[in-house]
Design a protein around this ligand. Structure first.
Ligand SMILES: [Ca+2]
Ligand SMILES: [Ca+2]
Length: 585
């Protein structure tokens, strides 16, 4: 049987919480316009004569901002000294929204943001659906990738999954969009594109192994973390040995625990050499979809994670306001315009010919609501939530008219604009999108980003050291100690870093035996020991170092004259030594 690897993404989009990023567009419902004159002499009088009220004079531009009734707009457009009249469009403060997961995993701690070395000489390889390089909030430099004849151009992302993962790891610390775990651009990202198509589809296990090989080659001398927000239920011998060997060779692979809500093990997360990541919500509670088994190792934010997507946002605009909604699965991807009406719960068709209809969530399915709107002649449906927040919905089929979901608060704001002309724009296309997704796919990049961040500031440590520090410093959740829902708990960047900064105390070797052996008529001492925290040991004879050798458990010393000798084995260059064992002959 052929195994395949699917995206580990749960119920997709769970609402959009970036109201500050919405921009006002349609019309000047508040009646404010900019009127451009050939010269300003008599301009204010002309505005007043037309029934308007001047708000602001723009001298160098020879223009006035003014509140104008509709009739005045038309009159001024025909005025011989007026060049044009345009809507005085709204501008909003640009702000970066910090997703809740960033502080939850301590990624914004000053120990990292205040250190210019954070992220440097470290690579995160993202094996996914590509990377929307043109996105305004994703790094454009320090990014490499591999084009693939099957999956296409790595710098484009047809389904959005890979770009969402990448944003959680590395969205830029600037004045827009979101913030990633490493936002300073120092982290090297390498993109391996194994998924393609609008739904991302699936990839073969062999493609995943090829991607791993390319990640290793691309990382060069950098420390390498691999992000795999993917998995499947069938193990593969080839894949297992590839990832276990990579880990043994100093690579840190991290994968999603899976979204089935079952106790099944998912692969590659299930291999010993791969860290398996569970998903928690903003309250730190394990998500219902997050798979629970003995392989789960760490937990991280994976519910309602806002990050970067390559898609143009779906919007409803009316009366000078615009709200960001979410495309309903199966909806037509078109833009329509019509008078906005309140359809209640849209349980039955109304007289909605040519209208854009607002529907409240509840009582009947989304598909039935949209069918009612279409049957009533409506040109588009915007379904707003009946509880707090946004939501993602499916029509379990397709509709000829566009349908989007909206949050409860945006729905209430739209209801206040009923009667005005509305545009429901659900066209698909590339753009600087931001969406909230659910899934262990979203938890995985939090851990990968934290591992890279911590490793970059502790460059002498091994992949095994980083892994151990993440385990030992995670916030314990659920039943005390490691458990199958949370693993060791929620990953903590600062705590792991501090643990790695503390020097580890040496432990002494244990010298088990010293015996005399004869070779070519001469006598040697043969030593056998175990333990010791160093790669090399000193052999001491009567307190004097006579040999420094590999800590491999045995060596010989000599030739020796007959007598009595006291031997010790010590951590190289230290006084951390075994007890003394005597040899007399
Ligand atoms: Ca940003
Ligand atoms: Ca626990």
């Amino acid at each position: 049987m052929t195994s395949s690897r699917h995206l580990a993404r749960g119920c997709a989009i769970a609402g959009v919480a970036l109201a500050a990023m919405a921009s006002g567009t349609a019309g000047a419902a508040d009646g404010r316009y900019i009127v451009k004159f050939r010269d300003l002499q008599g301009a204010a009088a002309a505005v007043q004569a037309a029934g308007g009220r001047v708000a602001l004079e723009l001298g160098p531009q020879r223009a006035l901002a003014a509140h104008l009734p509709a009739a005045a707009v038309e009159a001024l457009r025909r005025h011989p000294r007026v060049e044009y009249v345009e809507v005085d469009a709204r501008r909003y403060p640009l702000a970066q929204s910090v997703p809740y997961g960033i502080p939850m995993v301590q990624a914004d701690d000053p120990v990292f943001t205040g250190n210019a070395a954070s992220g440097s000489n470290t690579t995160v390889c993202i094996i996914d659906s590509g990377y929307q390089r043109a996105h305004e909030d994703l790094p454009d430099t320090n990014v490499t990738g591999t084009n693939d004849s099957v999956s296409g151009n790595w710098a484009e992302d047809s389904c959005g999954h890979g770009s969402h993962v990448a944003g959680t790891i590395a969205a830029s610390n600037n004045n827009l969009g979101v913030l990633g775990v490493v936002g300073n651009g120092k982290l090297h990202l390498h993109i391996e594109k194994v998924f393609n198509g609008a739904d991302c589809g699936w990839a073969y296990s062999s493609s995943l192994v090829t991607a791993l090989n390319r990640c290793v080659a691309a990382a060069g001398s950098n420390r390498l973390v691999i992000n795999m927000s993917l998995g499947g239920s069938t193990a593969s011998r080839t894949e297992r040995s590839a990832f276990d060997n990579a880990y043994a060779n100093g690579v840190l692979p991290i994968a999603a625990a899976g979204n089935d809500g079952s106790t099944r093990t998912s692969y590659p997360a299930g291999y010993a050499g791969v860290v398996s990541v569970a998903a928690v919500d903003a309250a730190g509670v394990v998500a219902s979809f997050s798979q629970q088994n003995s392989d789960v190792e760490l937990a991280a934010p994976g519910v309602g994670v806002v990050s970067t997507t390559p898609f143009k946002a779906s919007t409803l605009s009316a009366g000078g306001e615009s709200w960001i909604g979410v495309d309903m699965d199966g909806s037509a991807r078109t833009s329509v315009t019509g008078t906005l009406v309140d359809g209640g719960e849209c349980t039955a068709a109304g007289a909605w010919a040519g209208r854009v209809v607002l529907c409240r969530r509840g009582t009947v399915s989304f598909a039935e609501k949209v069918a009612s709107v279409a049957a009533g002649g409506g040109v588009g449906a915007a379904i707003y939530n009946n509880v707090a927040g946004g939501f993602a919905g499916t029509l379990n089929g397709s509709s000829a008219i566009p349908a989007i979901s909206m949050s409860d608060t945006d729905g209430a704001a739209a209801l206040a604009r009923v009667g005005s002309v509305a545009t429901l724009d659900n066209t698909a296309g590339t753009g600087n999108g931001y969406e909230a997704y659910d899934g262990t796919s979203m938890a995985t990049p939090h851990v990968a980003g934290v591992a890279a961040l911590v490793w970059s500031l502790n460059p002498a440590r091994s992949a095994a050291d980083i892994r151990e520090a993440l385990q030992l410093t995670a916030i314990d959740k659920g039943t005390a100690g490691r458990d199958n829902a949370y693993g060791y708990g929620i990953v903590q960047a600062r705590a792991a870093h501090e643990r790695l900064q503390t020097p580890v105390a040496d432990t002494a070797p244990v010298l088990g035996s010293v015996s005399a052996v004869r070779k070519k008529g001469k006598t040697y001492a043969r030593l056998g020991w175990s333990g010791g925290s160093s790669a090399q040991v000193d052999v001491r004879r009567n307190g004097v170092v006579v040999q420094t050798t590999a800590n491999d458990g045995s060596t010989e010393d000599g030739p020796l004259n007959s007598g009595s000798y006291g031997y010790q084995v010590c951590v190289a260059g230290s006084a951390t030594c075994s007890g003394t064992v005597f040899l007399s002959f």
